[in-house]
Design a protein around this ligand. Structure first.
Ligand code: ADP
Ligand code: MG
Length: 246
């Protein structure tokens, strides 16, 4: 028997928007420490899948279990489950009227009752980790997109999550800033974080992904190692998609 229990279990999930089937019998398990990259054309259900993991979307059928807890079960506290899940979006979503440091300390102080001095100490360590310790006291508008996204990553990490979900974290960035954000994500991956990353940065996938998932039309069409996708993708839809992005 395998001793490892998946930390995320997505079982036969369906999601409809009206008559549109955004997720069509999706099943996916992620082991602790595993890095999964999800690729696929626009509208294929990648964001819906990611968002349903922390119940930003409800699902119509199936089950999603995070760290042993069914995220859609009424008896489970979704806020407690969400504390285990850090999420980083394409748009950085920082609080504009808070400094960088306040962005990082707000949730730990309010939701985890961490003393302010301790929250600030952790925040400074995280800003150091993402390479911008000198930006603690500025407002987000003073930062470049790449810096804002690194703050967003640090803010998610400040809650000490077990899993990090990234939804196209570099898609809104100017090309010269993509590398600095991916570098932080690679570092996080090396430290053993469990990561589910929607991205078309195949260089990143090649460097860190244990598994790549290709979605199309709400379905997981194909999955395998990054090498599999580079060397011999099987499904015609996968080949077509890869020929467009590589
Ligand atoms: P992706 O992230 O792969 O681009 P999405 O998960 O955002 O795809 O969307 C999957 C499908 O669901 C698309 O057809 C999209 O238009 C539709 N969709 C997503 N969110 C909503 C919503 N809130 N209301 C209606 N349709 C939606
Ligand atoms: Mg999306």
């Amino acid at each position: 028997m395998n001793a490892i229990d998946p930390i995320i279990r997505i079982e036969n999930v369906y999601k409809f928007f009206g008559t549109l089937k955004a997720l069509d019998n999706v099943s996916l398990s992620v082991n602790p420490g595993e890095k999964v990259v999800i690729i696929g054309p626009s509208g294929s259900g990648k964001s819906t899948l990611l968002r349903s993991i922390n119940r930003l979307e409800s699902i119509d059928r199936g089950r999603i279990i995070v760290d042993g807890k069914d995220v859609n079960a009424r008896e489970n506290d979704i806020n407690a489950i969400r504390q285990e899940l850090g999420m980083v979006f394409q748009s950085f979503n920082l609080f504009p009227h808070k400094t960088v440091l306040q962005n990082l300390t707000m949730a730990p102080i309010r939701l985890k009752k961490i003393p302010q001095a301790q929250a600030e100490k952790t925040a400074m360590t995280l800003l150091d980790k993402v390479g911008i310790p000198d930006k603690a006291n500025v407002y987000p508008a003073m930062l470049s997109g790449g810096q804002q996204q690194r703050v967003a990553i640090a803010r998610a990490l400040a809650m000490n999550p077990k899993i990090m979900l990234f939804d196209e974290p570099t898609s809104a960035l100017d090309p010269e800033m993509i590398g600095e954000v991916l570098d932080v994500m690679v570092k996080l991956a090396r430290e053993g974080m469990t990561m589910v990353v929607v991205t078309h940065e195949m260089g990143f996938a090649k460097e860190v992904a244990d598994r790549v998932i290709f979605m199309d039309g709400g379905v997981i069409v194909e999955q395998g190692t990054p090498e599999h996708f580079f060397e011999n993708p099987e499904h015609p839809r996968t080949k077509k998609f890869l020929s467009q992005i590589l």
